[in-house]
Design a protein around this ligand. Structure first.
Ligand code: PLP
Ligand code: ZN
Length: 425
């Protein structure tokens, strides 16, 4: 950093009134200790993760329905100011919830929905969490907007930073898929490729966050605010089902944040009286080549043993998942499960979802779809109950995963007889 001007210690900055909406403090998930809202993520007492706590006013369905067709319709339930719509952001969310009748028939399910988050501004669910992190970074007076990423997060941070006119620096593993590199580099000149895996990149980011003032690392020092963005997936699913909760939901697990926050969102909707309380089961989906949470689930243990990822599902390749233990809690308490699938099953499921529903998902959605299939086949998921799966990213970002297994049925001369010979007529 430049030594000319004294660094602004953003932790000392006075927050403007209502900077975090109805959020009141950060609470430790382990011991309940509370700290003031700020760029903090670990409990000063026990090092447990901090989570945003609120004092919600009465919120009605009508209030929400009158809001914009993006995540800010739920702004009263997020750590963002009431004037959030006036700040440039990527305005993600309110993506389509599609009934998947063909896939349901194929798998023997009665009622199946796909929450399709591939249509967000940078084509993954990460735009949701980044929009909330950007608001926090702004309110905290951060000078740099940054992240370590497995790819999709880098895309989302780079785009949101560009809209916000902030200096943006994104760190990725150097072996990342080319489309994800280009999808970041097009938005920011400051893409840093690190020779190492995601966990190495994450460690480096924590070190930089400790050394430099005024850097908001979306998933490190403003992680509590970032994580809240995933709740909007849960709110939207319930609203789009006509203000109801589904019976079963299958969610991909990388750090585990999304899965735990969708559950938190369902709980909040019940507490606020916006949906009726009912039992629902939460299922986690991992790739076998990076399945620390699934392995712990199956072994019946609480501790997660970190792994070195080796899978085509790079967006889920977090070997040491921060929220893994909470994923175990949610899946066990709700009567769900955590399951994993092979890279071949992931590839096949990408094609299955595409050919049954016209939805091209990336490897993360392939993982979720393949896990859905496996859970139905093993009887862990009840085919008679209403089920939702989340498609978290777009297949154009991971073309390599299927480019070897799909292609032209025939290459022919431009004549009718050549076409007739293919048998496709
Ligand atoms: C980041 C990501 C996830 C999971 O995120 P966590 O909250 O870290 O578990 C799922 N799908 C895609 C495509 C992602 O990019
Ligand atoms: Zn604590």
């Amino acid at each position: 950093m430049s030594a000319v001007a004294p660094a602004v210690e953003h932790t000392d900055r006075t927050l403007r009134e209502g900077a975090f909406g109805n959020a009141t403090s950060l609470a430790c998930r382990e011991c309940g200790h509370r700290v003031d809202l700020g760029p903090f993520y670990a409990c000063p007492e026990c090092f447990g993760p901090l989570e945003v706590a609120y004092d919600f006013p009465a919120v009605t369905r009508e209030d929400i329905e009158a809001g914009p067709r993006n995540i800010w319709r739920y702004k009263a339930l997020l750590p963002v100011p009431t004037d959030i719509e006036s700040s440039p952001n990527t305005e993600p969310g309110f993506t389509r919830l599609l009934e998947a009748k063909n896939l349901a028939a194929e798998l023997g399910l009665t009622r199946l929905w796909v929450k399709d988050d591939s249509t967000n501004p940078t084509n993954s669910f990460k735009d949701r969490v980044v929009a909330c992190a950007l608001s926090a970074a702004r309110e905290l007076g951060a000078k740099v907007f940054a992240c370590p990423s497995t790819g999709n997060l880098a895309n989302a941070v780079a785009a949101a930073g560009a809209r916000a006119g902030m200096k943006t620096v994104v760190f990725i593993p150097s072996n990342l898929e080319q489309p994800k590199q280009v999808n970041s580099a097009v938005f920011t000149a400051n893409l840093v490729a690190v020779d190492g895996n995601y966990d190495d990149v994450n460690k480096l980011a924590s070190e930089i966050a400790g050394e430099e003032d005024g850097w908001a690392f979306v998933n490190v020092n403003v992680r509590p605010f970032y994580a809240e963005g995933s709740k909007t997936l849960g709110y939207e699913i319930a609203e789009q089902l006509g203000w109801r909760l589904p019976d079963q939901i299958v969610i991909p697990v990388a750090s585990g944040s999304q899965l735990t926050k969708v559950h938190k969102a369902f709980q909040e909707l019940v507490k606020l009286g916006l949906v009726e309380d009912k039992p629902y089961r939460v299922f986690g989906a991992q790739a076998e080549g990076c399945s620390p949470v699934s392995v712990a689930y199956k072994a019946g243990v609480d501790a997660i043993r970190p792994v070195k990822p080796d899978t085509i599902a790079k967006s889920l390749a977090i070997g040491n998942p921060a929220d893994g233990i909470y994923v175990l809690d949610v899946c066990r308490q709700t009567g769900g499960a955590v399951e994993d699938v092979t890279d071949d099953e992931i590839r096949a499921a990408i094609v299955l979802l595409a050919r049954t529903e016209g939805i091209f998902t990336e490897t993360a959605g392939g993982t979720t779809t393949a896990v859905l299939k496996k859970l139905v086949e093993s009887g862990q998921l009840d085919p008679a109950l209403e089920t939702v799966i989340i498609n978290t990213g777009h297949g154009l970002k991971t073309l390599d995963a299927v480019s070897g297994s799909v292609g032209p049925a025939a290459t022919i001369a431009p004549t009718y007889s050549a076409f007739a010979a293919t048998g496709l007529a």
